[in-house]
Design a binder for this molecule. Structure first.
Ligand SMILES: Cc1cc2nc3c(=O)[nH]c(=O)nc-3n(C[C@H](O)[C@H](O)[C@H](O)COP(=O)(O)OP(=O)(O)OC[C@H]3O[C@@H](n4cnc5c(N)ncnc54)[C@H](O)[C@@H]3O)c2cc1C
Ligand code: SF4
Ligand code: SF4
Ligand code: SF4
Length: 395
């Protein structure tokens, strides 16, 4: 039976729980806020299915994509509403048009994130945009398997380890399945996120909406974290450049990622997805013509193709794309392959979490030198002015 002895070797995909024929595995949250499987040994029949589906039981070598593209939706509003170039929605709409089902990550009623599926175009909106915390996979693998067996086209999206978990859970290929993973920096603790929301509510009121990647004011390259709040005495919405938001700051300093994210076994083409989507940072250098023709700083995706199915899907999309190469994509976006190193201050962070207010703790452990802060503020202001001038010129 499955037993997690090293937390770096469990990404929380729940493949083991979903496959167990006796239903005797449950996910239990640890003191850092991540879920791990625990087996009820009295009910276990030692069938070993849970071990066989665990993505850590078969580690693959990294593999380079068959082809790499810079791409974005031709629909500008869709680009603006998506984290990068809007490719997820295009792929999803194609699946739905063929009578299929789309799986993705959405906020739940507590503003945590869970996996779910939709069969409608309207149902895609909650999946759009990156939510920077771990999504609970729930029974999504089982549900996807059911749809696949019924012959429905299925598009399953998630982090590379979630896709690898699905592939292991299914245990066989399906012609009607398309898998898409995202370039993945890592997933922060859902518990830390909830604590952040508690501090936000205490200062600002009740939450009505969260956007991790708002492009409407500062564009794609300098995106904002936005929390829409209901009316409150000190109220008003929160809009912060991502580097100034305390939760994002701790995330980008790798302070509270899941332990498996410091030893990732799925990124770099090891998930067996058909396609990988991410931000094409540096597209202005790699594809200056594409960038100039399109750029209102609304976002461009890097699309990495790992299968023939992936290639044929991209070719049918209402998007503009240009072939590039893996080296240039990797140069702008090392997270495609490289795994975050566990910072020495991570242990201190969790040890102090109950003893110190969250914002001051994160601020203290992620101090940025004054000259870097000033340079960043200057850079940020210059970017805003540039955006404003561009808009004025366009209008
Ligand atoms: C936790 C996380 C870390 C990321 N780190 C990087 C990075 O370091 N570099 C980079 O280039 N790109 C990163 N991305 C991917 C990037 O932010 C975009 O999601 C990607 O470019 C797709 O954008 P899009 O415009 O095509 O579609 P969007 O509409 O933005 O697509 C959203 C897609 O992401 C999925 N998704 C959203 N939140 C989650 C979640 N919490 N867990 C699993 N799936 C989720 C949705 O199901 C949907 O498939 C990350 C995404 C996530 C979720
Ligand atoms: S060995 Fe079989 S019965 Fe026991 S926990 Fe694993 S899947 Fe369940
Ligand atoms: S990685 Fe997934 S399958 Fe393996 S132990 Fe963790 S939750 Fe279970
Ligand atoms: S970094 Fe790796 S282990 Fe962590 S969420 Fe991303 S794919 Fe999973």
């Amino acid at each position: 039976m499955i037993q997690v002895e090293d937390k770096r070797r469990c990404c929380g995909c729940e493949a083991c729980r979903q496959v167990c024929p006796k239903g005797c595995i449950r996910m239990v949250r640890d003191e850092e806020g991540f879920d791990y499987p625990i087996v009820d040994v009295d009910r276990c029949i030692e069938c070993h299915k849970c071990e066989r589906v665990c993505p850590f039981m078969k580690l693959d070598a990294p593999r380079e994509p068959q082809a790499v593209y810079a791409a974005c939706a031709t629909d500008e509003r869709l680009r603006e509403a998506s984290s990068s170039g809007g490719l997820f929605t295009l792929l999803a709409e194609d699946t739905l048009r063929r009578g299929g089902v789309v799986f993705g990550a959405r906020f739940d009623e507590t503003w945590s994130v869970c996996h779910d599926y939709t069969e409608t175009i309207e149902g895609l909106a909650p999946f759009r945009e990156s939510k920077y915390l771990q999504s609970r996979i729930g029974d999504s693998y089982r549900q996807a398997e059911q749809f696949l067996k019924e012959g429905r086209p299925v598009l399953f999206t998630g982090t590379p380890c979630q896709i690898k978990g699905l592939v292991h859970y299914l245990g066989r290929g399906y012609d009607n399945l398309t898998t898409v993973d995202v370039v993945c920096h890592g997933v922060p603790s859902p518990m830390v996120w909830q604590r952040y929301l508690t501090t936000l509510r205490a200062k600002q009121g009740e939450i009505a909406g969260i956007t991790f990647r708002d492009k409407s004011v500062s564009g794609w390259r300098r995106y904002n974290f936005v929390a829409q709040m209901t009316v409150h005495s000190s109220g008003g919405n929160v809009r912060q450049f991502y580097g100034d938001n305390i939760y994002m700051r701790g995330f980008l300093h790798d302070l509270y990622l899941r332990p498996s994210c410091y030893a990732c076994m799925a990124k770099g083409g090891r998930s067996h997805s058909d396609l990988t989507l991410g931000d094409y940072w540096g597209v202005e250098r790699t594809c200056p013509d594409l960038d100039r023709a399109l750029d209102e700083d609304k976002g461009t995706s890097v699309v990495m193709i790992h299968s023939e199915r992936g290639q044929s899907l991209l070719e049918g999309m209402p998007c503009r794309y240009q072939e590039t190469n893996y080296a240039s994509a990797l140069a702008g976006n090392p997270a495609i392959e490289y795994t975050a190193a566990e910072p020495p201050k991570r242990q201190l962070f969790f040890a102090q979490l109950d003893a110190e207010p969250l914002d001051s703790l994160i601020a203290r452990l992620t101090v940025i030198p004054l000259h870097k802060r000033l340079w960043r503020q200057l850079h940020h202001r210059a970017h805003r002015v540039k955006m404003r001038l561009r808009r004025l010129a366009r209008d």
